[in-house]
Design a protein around this ligand. Structure first.
Ligand SMILES: [Zn+2]
Length: 338
């Protein structure tokens, strides 16, 4: 098979790799339908995370089951399946509590920018659609496997309720999907913080009612102005930088909640400040598996179309250009077709 391998910052190569095979009776092998580049793949690409030895990349996938291990009965060869970037048995205590991305047997996916992928914990991880979905739905189903599931988690963690006011910090693919989630969960006012015209347009299309272009203290002041001087009920932090987290915490009203889903880099929270703010804070890797059946239904019913975050489609062998385009912010998110 062939797939993407990172060698050094800025150095992604498309290489011939060993074909994946079943290593455990709980594994499955899928043939990739579509995959993509994630904003979080840019951290190592930009040298902000150590790379070590060259290794495959990618954690988002939808595909067709080719082979299953002897203990996998929930999906069968030929089915179209959606999974999560974090695999889970879906039976342990953490899974039963709805935190499948903290499964006691969790393995993070890391080889998905390839034409075939081994899925550990396949029984608990993969959800098959009843029929093969139309090809135009594949991008939205792919989005569900990570960015849409993560946007949903941001809204869930920030306790977006019908009639509430939500602020979304970050206009990457996750931030835009968080707008969709806030809308679906009934937020009356959704303020997207974005400085890019094309992303603002998509945010509005997804349900944003207001756009704030200011950042930092000015951004916080603008949010206060728009929320009666007290801040928002829910803030969805979808970036992971210190500045974004600070902005998010300051945009929430006393008693409001921040959901943080951007992988934190150099983020520190001041305990005194958090204590006196009365702001609730919850984040982490999204328990995508909890949301999969519902989100797949919403896509298949045409209620949501998160696949619109893919504004660049490339053949898988041009994966390096996908990274470049996202790094240079020429693309929100690159879809890769084997
Ligand atoms: Zn588990």
């Amino acid at each position: 098979m062939r797939g993407a391998v990172i060698h050094a910052p800025g150095d992604i190569r498309f290489e011939t790799l060993d074909d994946p095979r079943l290593l455990h009776p709980t594994d499955a092998i899928i043939r990739t339908a579509v995959t993509c580049v994630c904003g979080s793949d840019l951290w190592p690409y930009r040298g902000a995370e150590p790379i070590g030895d060259p290794h495959p990349m990618g954690h988002e996938y939808v595909g067709f089951v080719e082979e299953v291990g002897s203990e996998v009965t929930s999906v069968r060869p030929g089915q179209f399946v959606v999974g999560s970037f974090a695999t889970s048995d879906n039976t342990c205590a953490n899974c039963r509590n709805g935190f499948q991305s903290n499964c006691l047997h969790r393995e993070f996916m890391s080889t998905c920018q390839a034409d075939h992928v081994r899925i550990p914990n396949a029984q608990g991880t993969l959800v098959a659609t009843e029929e093969h979905p139309a090809e135009e739905l594949w991008p939205s189903l792919l989005a569900v496997s990570d960015v849409m599931g993560t946007g949903w988690w941001a809204a869930d963690a920030a306790q977006v309720r019908p009639g509430s006011t939500a602020v979304v910090v970050g206009d990457g693919a996750v931030g835009l999907c968080a707008v969709i989630a806030a809308k679906e969960l009934g937020a009356e006012r959704i303020i997207a913080m974005s400085r890019h015209a094309s992303r603002q347009r998509l945010a509005r299309e997804f349900g944003a009612t207001d756009i704030v272009t200011e950042r930092g203290d000015e951004g916080v002041a603008r949010i206060r102005e728009l929320t009666g001087g007290i801040g928002a009920d829910s803030v969805l932090e979808c970036v992971g930088t210190a500045e974004a987290m600070r902005q998010a915490l300051h945009c929430a009203r006393p008693g409001g909640n921040v959901g943080f889903v951007g992988v934190p880099h150099d983020v520190a929270v001041d305990g005194q400040e958090l204590f006196f703010s009365h702001v609730g804070l919850r984040g982490g890797p999204a328990p995508v598996r909890r949301y999969l059946p519902d989100l797949i239904d919403r896509v298949l019913d045409g209620r949501i179309d998160p696949g619109k975050v893919f504004d660049l489609t490339l053949p898988l062998d041009q994966v390096a250009e996908g990274y470049r385009a996202m790094d240079e912010r020429r693309a929100i998110k690159a879809l890769l077709t084997p």
